[in-house]
Design a binder for this molecule. Structure first.
Ligand SMILES: *Cc1c(COP(=O)(O)O)cnc(C)c1O
Ligand SMILES: [Zn+2]
Length: 424
């Protein structure tokens, strides 16, 4: 007998299995496994923060947190753009609107259920390789609940790993290189016993945590929107929005049409836009020409994932096809202007990635893709950093290891092993 309120299921072979923190199908299908919840209808639970959506999160318990998405109908930006039905799902710090995401981005909606899921399903330490926002989100949760996390970031992102209370249980490793180098070192460290990779898009807690943006939107609008708009680097938030909207359709109270995804990349780093506009399931080297140069020109480097879960079954390509979705771009210039307009009309500063999202919305309105009466859910995935800076403490964590080409690999592995043994 198993009393779990969810199972895992593989969308290719259909196998259903119990959650032991797997990231892949036991038969090794090349697909994103999903959680299948026994609650067909969503009941809002009297639990802290985002855990009010626990019916559709892969957790049994919860954590004390005020972190959750909020949603409201825009008047300022909506008037400016001539839109009659613009709804803003906001992840960030904005106390007037009851938004208390103290790490500033929707990556915290991933970190919270992932930490609970890992503690419930496996005994080990989580490892996150990040360009900044994900690492900071996990650091913030770690500092609040005193649970260990290993964070690997490019050296130039080290200042992004701050927490609102001192973090005593994080091991911060910086790499002399870029995001891809951080991922590679992270993979190496994950070969040590007791270390579990966070898993990116493969982690159901990440996707279903991010999917709360759509849940909050549908609850506030009391209907599914016509569009879900988000800036993407990996596209995991887009996949999550699609999966959440399938559950909302099955719920029966929010309409029967899946929202169309409008996903935006920051020109000139736009591999998924290229591939999708040419109707391809695969990203080729042609889609990522001169990546270093392109990455140096973007406004939001959290959007520069070189290996997104695009072609994998259940990934971004499938999400776009299933929802009649679109991929488009915003330039750095457009993003900066859009961020300024958002601050002026809505009253809060944006994460650079969220500014790219607003830039993409403006472009889609101008080109006529979006009509003025359509219900739009605009995913503002991060913001309020100016308020955080003014009102909260920001403890920058000094790196525990700074890895470069002179680092003795064996020594590093031994030290990390020893650190992990304190917890496992
Ligand atoms: C990570 C991130 C994104 C992109 O998320 P995806 O994983 O591509 O869905 C957008 N905005 C912010 C603020 C982020 O931190
Ligand atoms: Zn399978």
């Amino acid at each position: 007998m198993n009393s779990d309120s969810y199972h895992l299921v593989c969308p290719i072979c259909g196998t259903r299995f119990d959650d032991a923190y797997q990231l892949t199908c036991p038969s090794r299908c090349n697909a994103l496994i999903r959680a299948e919840y026994s609650a067909r209808q969503l009941t809002i639970r009297d639990l802290p923060g985002m855990f009010r959506y626990s019916d559709w999160l892969p957790v049994k318990g919860h954590l004390a947190t005020k972190s959750a998405p909020i949603c409201y109908q825009s008047s300022g930006l909506a008037n400016e753009l001539g839109l009659n039905n613009l709804w803003i799902a906001f992840a960030g710090y904005w106390p007037e609107r009851q938004a208390y995401v103290t790490s500033g981005s929707f990556k915290e909606f991933e970190a919270l259920p992932t930490m609970v899921r890992l503690a419930e399903r496996a005994k080990g330490v989580i490892l996150v390789a990040s360009a900044g926002n994900t690492g900071r989100a996990f650091a913030e949760v770690s500092s609040k609940i005193a649970k260990p996390v290993i964070i690997v970031v490019p050296a130039k992102a080290r200042e992004r790993i701050w927490t609102s209370t001192p973090a005593e249980h994080i091991l911060l490793v910086t790499v002399d290189g870029d995001y891809t180098d951080a991922i590679n070192l992270g993979n190496q460290l994950c070969t040590l016993p007791g270390i579990y990779p966070e898993g990116g898009a493969k982690n159901i807690a990440r996707r279903d945590g991010m999917g709360t943006m759509m849940l909050e939107g549908a609850m506030t609008i009391r209907h599914l929107p016509d569009w879900y708009i988000q800036a993407v680097g990996s596209g995991t938030g887009g996949i999550a929005a699609w999966e959440a909207s399938m559950r909302l359709v099955a719920d029966g109270r929010f309409g029967s049409d899946l929202p169309r995804l409008l996903l935006i990349q920051n020109d000139p780093f736009t591999p998924m836009v290229h591939a999708f506009q040419e109707g391809r399931r695969d990203i080729t080297l042609d889609d990522i020409k001169n990546p270093e140069d392109a990455i140096s020109k973007v406004h939001a480097d959290v959007l520069t994932n070189r290996a997104p879960p695009y072609g994998i079954s259940g990934g971004v390509y499938d999400a776009l096809v299933a929802t009649n979705g679109i991929m488009t771009t915003a330039t750095t210039d457009e993003a900066i202007k859009a961020g300024d307009l958002f601050r002026k009309t809505e009253g809060i500063d944006l994460d650079p990635a969220a500014a790219v999202c607003v830039g993409g919305l403006i472009n889609a309105v101008k080109s006529g893709v979006i009509k003025s009466d359509e219900k739009i859910l605009l995913a503002i995935t991060g913001g309020g950093y100016e308020r955080i800076q003014r009102e909260l403490s920001m403890h920058i964590h000094a790196p525990d290891f700074e890895v470069d080409q002179n680092t003795d690999n064996e020594e590093l592995m031994n030290s990390v092993r020893e650190w992990v043994s304190r917890y496992v």
